[in-house]
Design a protein around this ligand. Structure first.
Ligand SMILES: Nc1nc2c(ncn2[C@@H]2O[C@H](COP(=O)(O)OP(=O)(O)OP(=O)(O)O)[C@@H](O)[C@H]2O)c(=O)[nH]1
Length: 474
């Protein structure tokens, strides 16, 4: 059974809210509710002033409209939080906290800023509470009840916000990913040619303008060109995380902020040097953009160009999902990390093309010996990662043994009619309950290393897997 975050069997926030109310003497709850009302304006204003001192929070708050609306909604939120609601009103109050979390996720307000704001508000409220003469007159037990009431309600509200924040952040990430894929569906090859052309066209435009001359000479900026606009608004998003993105931005800035102003001076002595510099910078930009497109055309397809197996792009989502299924539905899975033995010799003794053929035939062989529900990745040069779904550790081991045997029996046919026999080593890592799939990959890698060290052409199961000693397949 998949349990949604909103219905965790062990956690009913309405019940928890009610229990905080129940254990608090009504007179105390009333007193704090009145205090929250009285201090609403002051706390909202102090909150705003405090958060503005944080540079990251300032980005979200520094606008009149935010100030006005935040002030009113903060006051309302505080008043509602501490009101001793009747039981029938609690679902709505819980929903309200979750809604706040959704809004935070939508505006991508970092969670640590929410926590910081809550810490400030709680501290300020508690200190004002303790300094009030009517509270100072309370006995120790009543004071404790008052402090716990403030503390528990604050923390429960924050917990509810965090819960929906995480869920919604994941949803936003999925939508953004879908958007990225949508942007990509507009043929990348065509886009690459178009952007190459636009970049070159801008270079021509600058040269023409320089040739025409005129006072004052106004040169078009590269950031304002069609290419510059495309890169900022679409390319940046499309190539997010690629190492060439920053150099492209640096190059755009250098051209617009350093080279163009110098060219505008129209010093006949320096112009030839500056034009050469501009052309070199444009050549470098063309190269960077070319690399970005090429890498993405292969990566984004999710397939390795040589073997047509999955590449690493979808490794995270696929393994993340298998871990989730194993946790939630108790469906175990296993990773096999397979590496061809002495593969370097194939390249060295027969040619790189022969090596490529071996990789293609291995990919086919693996695909033919797993179920349609399993996944086969080209993990590295001559390394393959197989995800066997719905298998016990014992079944995974048997399957790995079989694959090892199949490879040893297979006759590879190389270009020029050469026939070759090879072996492979396999590291097996059955799902062991660890939530991070990287840990499992590491386990498989260590087992593979042991298989290599103990003679190759064999299967080794990761050390802490619950399946007996390593087996030797051949
Ligand atoms: N033909 C070809 N070779 C590749 C490709 N990717 C990686 N390689 C080669 O694979 C070889 C891997 O060699 P090593 O890591 O030394 O391993 P090995 O020779 O298989 O030896 P062991 O793994 O220790 O049994 C290197 O020579 C790489 O150049 C590829 O796409 N095509």
């Amino acid at each position: 059974m998949i349990v949604s975050q909103h219905s965790r069997a062990d956690f009913d926030p309405v019940v928890e809210w009610q229990s905080i109310l129940t254990k608090t003497p009504p007179a105390i709850a009333q007193r704090i509710s009145a205090l929250a009302h009285d201090l609403g304006d002051e706390l909202a204003e102090a909150f705003y002033t405090e958060m503005l001192t944080h540079p990251q929070a300032k980005l979200f708050l520094d606008a009149d409209i935010v100030h006005q609306r935040l002030h009113a909604s903060m006051r309302r939120w505080l008043a509602e939080l501490f009101e001793p609601h009747p039981p029938e009103a609690l679902s709505a109050i819980v929903a309200q906290q979750r809604h706040v979390g959704e809004v935070h996720a939508r505006i991508q307000l970092p969670m640590h800023l929410v926590a910081r704001g809550a810490r400030f508000l709680k501290g300020r409220l508690l200190s004002r509470l303790l300094h009030r003469p009517d509270v100072a007159a309370l006995d120790a037990q009543q004071t404790e009840a008052a402090l716990l009431y403030v503390n528990d309600l604050f923390d429960l509200a924050l917990e509810l916000m965090a819960e929906s924040y995480v869920r919604d952040t994941q949803r936003v990430a999925r939508t953004e990913e879908a958007f990225r894929l949508h942007a990509l569906s507009q043929n990348l090859q065509v886009e690459r040619e178009r952007q190459r052309f636009l970049l070159a066209a801008w270079g021509q435009e600058v040269l023409f303008a320089l040739h025409r001359g005129g006072q004052p000479l106004v040169l078009p900026t590269l950031r304002g060109s069609e290419f510059g606009l495309w890169f900022l608004h679409k390319g940046d998003n499309l190539f997010e995380g690629a190492p060439e993105v920053e150099p492209v931005h640096a190059s755009l800035d250098r051209i617009d902020n350093a080279l163009l102003p110098q060219l505008q001076v129209q010093d006949p002595q320096r112009q030839p040097v500056l034009i050469t510099e501009l052309q070199a910078a444009l050549g470098n930009l063309q190269y960077l953009v070319q690399v970005l497109f090429e890498r993405h055309i292969e990566l984004e397809s999710g397939r390795d160009a040589l073997t047509r197996l999955l590449n690493r792009r979808f490794l995270g989502p696929i393994l993340g999902r298998e871990v989730h299924l194993a946790q939630q539905r108790r469906i175990p899975f296993a990773l096999l990390l397979l590496d061809l033995d002495h593969f370097k010799l194939v390249n060295d003794q027969h040619s790189h093309d022969a090596g490529d053929t071996v990789l293609q035939q291995t990919a086919l062989l693996l695909l033919n010996h797993v179920r349609a529900s399993d996944f086969v990745f080209r993990y590295g040069g001559e390394e393959f990662l197989v995800v066997l779904v719905d298998v016990t550790p014992e079944q995974a081991l048997r399957h790995a043994d079989k694959l090892c045997q199949r490879i040893a029996e297979h006759t590879y046919e190389l270009p020029g009619g050469v026939a070759l026999n090879l072996t492979a080593s396999i590291g097996v890592a059955p799902y062991c309950g660890h939530p991070d799939y990287q840990y499992l990959i590491h386990q498989a890698d260590t087992a593979l290393y042991q298989a290599k060290r103990s003679g190759r052409n064999r299967v080794v199961v990761a050390g802490d897997a619950a399946v007996g000693p390593p087996t030797i397949a051949a």
